[in-house]
Design a binder for this molecule. Structure first.
Ligand code: SF4
Ligand code: SF4
Length: 86
């Protein structure tokens, strides 16, 4: 006979009613052209002003401002920006 699994009210609430929300973040790889020359395409593409440009460094993405629209990914001509699950 097949056993049915029992769940407590707490398990039902925490596991089924509120499944974990997967957060994603953007990662800029070391192939970023701004490390070796000059590029700010991703900065220009961001309508949320979530990307800060710094000379000779990879741009920095403010995760609080970023809405994960991924326009910067499209703007990067060498595909240096990727999405990573947290
Ligand atoms: S995903 Fe959108 S909001 Fe986030 S940094 Fe890129 S362009 Fe800006
Ligand atoms: S568009 Fe790409 S190569 Fe240019 S600064 Fe942004 S991440 Fe670097």
């Amino acid at each position: 006979m097949r056993e049915s699994k029992q769940y407590s009210r707490r398990q039902l609430f925490t596991h089924f009613a509120r499944p974990p929300v997967k957060q994603s973040r953007l990662v800029i790889s070391n192939t970023c052209d701004n490390l070796y020359g000059y590029c700010e395409s991703c900065v220009d593409s961001c309508s949320k002003q979530a990307i800060t440009w710094c000379a000779d460094q990879k741009p920095v993405i403010d995760t609080d401002k970023c809405n994960r629209c991924q326009q910067c990914i499209d703007a990067c001509f060498i595909s240096a920006i990727t999405v990573a699950d947290e």
